[in-house]
Design a protein. Structure first.
Ligand code: ZN
Length: 684
């Protein structure tokens, strides 16, 4: 055996026999693994599209999807470590290989031989005898082929491929700029400047300064620092400084090499070209082809209908806040950087508790135990701590075990914020459920959050918001882990319409507001006492505090995103002018002119998958609120309702349209009433 073959044998990214071998992965493994897997996939495509090859599910779809599954698993590990333990060599390996991956998928998506074989399979006499999930996979594949330019003439196909590659690179650069600008920003202050800021945040800031070999306290723009400073710091100038720095990340106000301005224009230009090439009027139309919503107009009407209902509540929230800030805080004019601060003070005055007070009752171990117990009651699976090689010592690993004692899935839990880790919280698949011959490959998930790490030997304490975030991401995880579909492309979250993807996640958030759930998952960090009922009642009363303001903020994002990708004339309007126009229409908070957060650091839309799709959060919230409404009728811990949710929604994955799954669960199409009721708004 030659040395190349031997080193490939040893490459952990090419071992699919079990879980990923994270501890052994180094940047030097990435290139050889990607090359080998792409070569294997290409060879497979050549074999199964040969004219002599039999055309059937087993002889055509299975070999191709198996090869793609291996590439997906290996590249998924690379993308994951690049996101959570980013280092310069790793980033370099990622960027060196990303174009190969993108080029391969674009090439595959435009491979006429594969397209023709799928078309022939769909037209064959055997098609009707495939399982419904298999038929749906084939239909989705044909749709995606069309969206990837498979029907384009040769010259335009070339152009399409170049556009897609440049889009992937531009989006990735955009995200890097946001990460670099966020990480590079630091402010060293003295203790007096931090008056009002919670002790654990101050302690973490002292530790951060110490790590830099400096005295005093280091502030950053990462969430566990930024949010509490904005909420609690009494120093108004400090809040303004942080707010402006946050809103100016990756913009013309910072380092020129991190300015996303030109990338934004280019991304929009390229997306518009994608639409033109495919024969659509706008990128928004392209985005909606595979979604539950039908047209941009339908989405805009949905958003504006919600905005009209929510804006009076938002204006009332704002008027109350203004009065309170003027009378109680001496803040005559409320600036954007006063809103979180004044809101927290108003919330404390009105409901007499603080996030910090509540946080003491949510130590990590109790929260996790409570979540796992809930999932056990609802979906009849046990979650048990297990072992696996991981990318950081603070990552933990779990088995999901069904009533018969079988492992149906596993997941990694990476809870804490740290340098080199992308911000936010998300769930991603490490492995999708598949059936290979007699062997079942069970699903494995990455659950990633950015909560404050424990300090010293004290357990990590989570705010109620963080607990809600954890439940949310776990809901996504349930989609992946509890699917019963083995068919590639429609298993778990695969093939689920984007605007229905947040159904299970937002559904799970509701349980963070149930006494029966919270009572058993809380224990005070000092005394061990559970959350007092009186405090819970105040939290509940505060639940819809500023829900009007929050709703119009989400609608601001969604309306901006949808209009930016539909009939937006870049030659006459800048994205920032559109932001301003949307804010005039729905926002109630006046933001400073140098706030670039919706354009220069809106990763969801410019580098995530949410372009012309941000509305999906609210769209899915209608579904999740309406689904939860059934649990409210049957008792929220009802095993019967849980079984129905698991069987009709979670288990089905993308094997049928989300609307069909919803109707099977709920007995009727979704209605908007439960969403308004849950937000304390009247239903008219
Ligand atoms: Zn989500």
């Amino acid at each position: 055996m030659n040395t190349d073959a031997e080193s490939l044998m040893r490459n952990p990214l090419l071992d699919f026999s079990a879980l990923p071998r994270f501890a052994e992965i180094s940047p030097s493994h990435v290139g050889p693994a990607v090359d080998a897997l792409i070569a294997e996939a290409r060879a497979t495509v050549d074999t199964v599209t040969a004219p002599s090859q039999e055309l059937s599910w087993g002889a055509f779809v299975v070999p191709i999807t198996s090869a793609l599954d291996r590439l997906d698993r290996a590249w998924g590990q690379v993308a994951h470590v690049n996101a959570v333990v980013n280092t310069p060599p790793l980033r370099e390996a990622y960027h060196a290989n990303l174009p190969k991956i993108t080029a391969f998928y674009t090439e595959l998506a435009q491979d006429d031989r594969v397209f023709e074989r799928y078309r022939a399979l769909a037209a064959s006499s055997g098609f009707a005898s495939l399982e419904p999930a298999q038929r749906r996979m084939v239909e989705n594949t044909l749709r995606d082929f069309r969206l990837s330019g498979a029907e384009l003439p040769a010259d335009r196909k070339e152009r399409f491929k170049a556009v897609e590659e440049e889009l992937a690179m531009s989006s990735s650069r955009y995200e890097d700029n946001v990460l670099d600008a966020t990480n590079a920003w630091a402010l060293y202050v003295d203790q007096a400047t931090l008056r009002g800021v919670p002790a654990d945040v101050v302690a973490a800031a002292r530790e951060a300064a110490g790590q830099d070999g400096k005295a005093g306290f280091k502030l950053s723009l990462r969430m566990p620092c930024y949010l509490p400073v904005m909420q609690y710091a009494e120093d108004r100038a400090l809040r303004e400084q942080l707010y402006r720095a946050y809103g100016q990340r990756a913009s013309e106000f910072g380092k020129p090499e991190w300015d996303n301005g030109a990338l934004i224009d280019r991304i929009l230009e390229l997306r518009a070209e994608v639409a033109t090439l495919l024969g659509y009027e706008s990128f928004a139309e392209v985005s909606l082809v595979a979604k539950m919503a039908r047209t941009p107009t339908e989405v805009l009407m949905f958003l504006r209908d919600l905005a009209a209902r929510a804006k009076p509540y938002a204006e009332r929230d704002m008027a109350e806040l203004r009065d309170f800030a003027r009378d109680e805080l001496g803040l005559g004019e409320l600036a954007a950087w006063d809103i979180p601060f004044a809101s927290e003070k108003l919330r404390q005055a009105r409901y007499s508790f603080s996030d910090e007070e509540v946080k003491q009752y949510f130590p990590e171990d109790r929260v996790l135990a409570g979540l796992f117990e809930l999932v056990h009651k609802l979906f009849a699976v046990v979650i048990k701590r297990s072992q696996a090689s991981a990318w950081h010592p603070t990552v933990s690993f779990y088995d999901v075990i069904d009533a018969e004692g079988r492992i149906v899935g596993q997941f990694y839990l990476d809870l804490y914020a740290r340098a080199g880790k992308r911000g936010g919280a998300w769930m991603d698949n490490a492995i999708n459920r598949r059936q290979h011959g007699l062997q079942r490959q069970h699903p494995v998930a990455y659950l990633t959050c950015n909560f404050s790490a424990p300090i010293g030997d004290k357990p990590a304490l989570f705010s109620h918001d963080e607990v809600t975030t954890l439940f949310h991401e776990f809901g996504h995880g349930l989609n992946l882990l509890l699917t019963r579909i083995d068919v590639p492309g429609v298993s778990g979250l695969e093939g689920v319409e984007w605007d229905a993807v947040e159904l299970a996640s937002q559904f799970m958030e509701n349980f963070c507001w149930e006494w029966d759930v919270l009572a058993s998952m809380t224990a005070h960090a000092g005394t061990g006492a559970p959350l007092p009922r009186a405090l819970f009642d105040r939290m509940l009363a505060a639940r819809n505090f500023q829900s009007g303001m929050q709703m119009v903020r989400q609608l601001e994002f969604a309306l901006f995103d949808m209009q930016l990708h539909h009939h937006f004339d870049r030659s006459r309007t800048t994205p920032q002018e559109l932001v301003d126009a949307v804010r005039r229409e729905v926002a109630v908070i006046l933001r400073p002119a140098d706030d670039r957060s919706l354009t220069h650091s809106f990763s969801h839309v410019f580098s995530g998958g949410y372009a012309a799709g941000y509305y999906g959060y609210k769209w899915a919230e209608v579904l999740s609120a309406d689904a939860y409404d059934l649990f409210e009728q049957h008792g929220v811990l009802s095993p019967a309702a849980g079984a129905r949710f698991r069987d009709e929604i979670l288990a089905q994955g993308g094997s049928r349209p989300a609307l069909e799954s919803f109707v099977a669960f709920r007995g009727r199409p979704p209605q908007i009433d439960a969403l308004l009721r849950h937000n304390g708004m009247s239903v008219s």
